[in-house]
Design a protein around this ligand. Structure first.
Ligand SMILES: [Zn+2]
Length: 152
């Protein structure tokens, strides 16, 4: 599960104003790796037999695992929920008063006997810094467009 943070109507805005900022990434589909003849599987529901999968990446959007979003939001002192909207200025103020190190988390393991073994993936310094930089870019752009920031 993951959460995307984005500006209201971002994709429409980018399509109309700066389509050159849209990046498409293409990957080989797994069905090619697993097929016996090295060809795409025509019945593959991922690629529909094309053999490749494309992802369209819009600027001013970020995608985080639920747990990392919760850590980021809690570190910033923002109210956590799985979806919502917020004034970008509220986030920018929170970023300005929060040290990046507050977002960092060690990777930990719950390995108690009789319980499910869980590995909590951490957030390292580089990743925490990337969250702050990207979130700042999103909020400054939202402020310019006079739009709210949404997540969900
Ligand atoms: Zn496929």
């Amino acid at each position: 599960m993951s959460i995307t943070i984005m500006i209201n109507d971002n994709q429409k805005y980018i399509d109309n104003n700066s389509p050159e900022l849209i990046h498409t990434q293409t990957f080989d589909c797994q069905c090619v790796d697993f097929s016996e003849d090295g060809k795409p599987v025509s019945s593959c529901f991922e690629c529909k037999g094309k053999g490749t999968i494309s992802f369209t990446n819009y600027p001013f959007e970020m995608n985080l695992a639920n747990g990392n979003f919760r850590t980021l939001w809690n570190s910033l002192g923002l109210n956590f929920d799985y979806c919502g909207e917020i004034d970008p200025r509220t986030i920018l103020k929170a970023i300005n008063r929060t040290p990046v190190s507050l977002v960092e988390r060690q990777t930990t393991e719950d390995n108690e006997e009789g319980k499910v073994h869980i590995i909590h993936c951490g957030i390292d310094t580089e990743q925490a810094g990337w969250y702050f930089t990207t979130l700042t870019e999103i909020c400054e752009e939202a402020e310019k467009r006079e739009e709210k920031v949404y997540w969900g």
